[in-house]
Ligand binder design. Sequence first.
Ligand SMILES: NC(=O)c1ccc[n+]([C@@H]2O[C@H](COP(=O)([O-])OP(=O)(O)OC[C@H]3O[C@@H](n4cnc5c(N)ncnc54)[C@H](OP(=O)(O)O)[C@@H]3O)[C@@H](O)[C@H]2O)c1
Length: 255
Amino acid sequence: MRQLYPFPLEIVDPDIVYAQEDRPVFADRPYLLVNMVSSLDGGVTLDGRTRGLSGDADRELFHALRIFPDAILAGAGTVRAERYCLPSLSVEQQQQRQVRGQARLPQLIVASARLVFDWDLPLFLHSSDRPLLLVPNDVDPVRREEATEYADLLMLSRSEDGQGVDLVEGMRELRHRGIKVLLVEGGPSLNERLLSAGLVDEVCLALSPLLLGSEAGKGASRLFGHAHLLQPVSFSLQQVLAQDDFLFLRYRVKT
Ligand SMILES: NC(=O)c1ccc[n+]([C@@H]2O[C@H](COP(=O)([O-])OP(=O)(O)OC[C@H]3O[C@@H](n4cnc5c(N)ncnc54)[C@H](OP(=O)(O)O)[C@@H]3O)[C@@H](O)[C@H]2O)c1
């Protein structure tokens, strides 16, 4: 992979450059970075999934970003559409995490308002690495009971709009549990709520060399849905990598 910015380098290892970035530790919430892939015209799915936008280079970056965070958060819609699995790290990467004082694997966290899952999904089949579900405390009690067989639950207050959990409270609880760096893998609805709540610090955007147009891009959401912002959020460009016609842009929110 080549680096184009902040200075040109013929070869960089994304496993190293993304992990070695200096990220602040906050007292009341994790530092939050969002990783997404987008078509040139801003679509985030092809036929309802990311696979059609992705490629070897993008998959390499996707895995590189999973090496260093304490936890990974995804929305229930993404978990269902993409049939989520646990992160797969090499033995060496797992050992390096433990040397840094982290768990062997990043904790997988899923936000869900309704708890409607196919419990046969691969991520629910590991009794030693159970995912953590962020769930409103008034969720259907039967679904809640069923879910406890497959996952740990973090019960939280409902958000003001009633659509899910209060994400500010959720992030505070995760920080209390020791999570300092949280990678968010979408999808757009969850991204939208995190951005609207002012919780996003960094965006890693893979630009896929595809233009979807109106037919192929039908129904495709935007990266951050329709985030309710009173003012545009400004970002500063941190890094640009390139491989196989993909561009990998890393931005930080300007404070
Ligand atoms: N291009 C990319 O990089 C990328 C990345 C990820 C996903 N995607 C695509 O995006 C699509 C899924 O995105 P999406 O926007 O439909 O769904 P999503 O954001 O993955 O998930 C939405 C669901 O997450 C839960 N949720 C969201 N906010 C919540 C909150 N505050 N509290 C509790 N639960 C909350 C709700 O779960 P319940 O349904 O349980 O109520 C909600 O229906 C898929 O097609 C996927 O392939 C693309």
